[in-house]
Design a protein around this ligand. Structure first.
Ligand code: PMT
Length: 221
């Protein structure tokens, strides 16, 4: 592995889930473990990058030589991303950000007084789209987690969010999706597509970082 691939490049990665509070003891979230994002952070540091890892709640230790910024909600992650994006040249959005949050977080634990209840939700900001549409945008890579029509939705997200690259992830397959140790992906750029067969997330991250570095350097020249 060429350890000079990302020498001197500041790279930011979002990883893990977000938690959207309902009341002081409850939240809406998803099954992201952070494994894929942390593996990318580790591989990028090995390739010589200075790495900021904006992480939702996970049980993982921070990889060596990586600066971790801990966040809880999508709003926190959005603020952290906007704070670092002006200084980084590459941004990789691997986090599984909650698309909606409760309109109100109750001050006290909600009591079960009724047979049914409703929680009104409001859309969260799209973090990777905000980064990609900024005037001084870094080279921006998204992920697409889909349970159907994977490549169709991935190509649509690449265009709609104004990304340089998107990593399509079939999360209907439980051996490669959320919380799995393996992954298998198709990397989509405006110029083409390339599949990476199923392997451990650490190994796959090394290949992804090599591809991202290659495309990033091409975009600079
Ligand atoms: O964490 P693991 O257990 O290892 O699992 C890895 C993974 C399945 C979470 C990861 O490989 C993955 O696919 N991450 C993206 C999950 C996701 O929420 O995808 P999406 O298709 O809903 O979102 C598309 C892109 O927009 C993603 O880059 C996402 O980070 C970004 N996004 C989405 C919503 C939002 N409000 N802000 C965002 O930045």
């Amino acid at each position: 592995f060429n350890s000079r691939l990302l020498d001197g490049v500041h790279l930011t990665i979002t990883a893990g889930p977000t938690r959207e509070a309902i009341d002081p003891v409850r939240y809406i979230s998803n099954h992201s473990s952070g494994k894929m994002g942390y593996a990318l952070a580790s591989a990028a540091a090995d390739a010589g990058a200075r790495v900021s890892l904006i992480s939702g709640p996970t049980n993982l230790p921070c990889p060596d030589r990586v600066q971790r910024i801990d966040v809880v909600s999508a709003t926190d992650m959005h603020n952290a991303a906007l704070a670092v994006m002006g200084q980084c040249q590459v941004f990789i959005a691997c986090a599984a950000v909650a698309d909606y949050r409760p309109v109100n977080c109750a001050d006290q634990k909600i009591k079960k007084d009724n047979e049914s209840m409703r929680i009104d939700l409001v859309r969260n900001p799209d973090i990777v789209a905000a980064v990609a549409n900024h005037a001084q945008r870094p080279f921006t890579v998204g992920f697409a987690a889909e349970t159907q029509d994977l490549l169709h939705y991935a190509r649509d997200k690449l265009q709609r969010k104004n990304l340089d690259m998107i990593v399509a992830n079939d999360v209907a397959n439980t051996s490669i999706g959320f919380n799995a140790n393996d992954n298998a992906v198709t990397v989509v750029t405006p110029g083409g597509e390339q599949s990476i067969a199923q392997m451990g997330k650490n190994q796959l991250a090394v290949q992804l970082i090599a591809l991202i570095a290659q495309e990033f350097h091409c975009s600079q020249s």
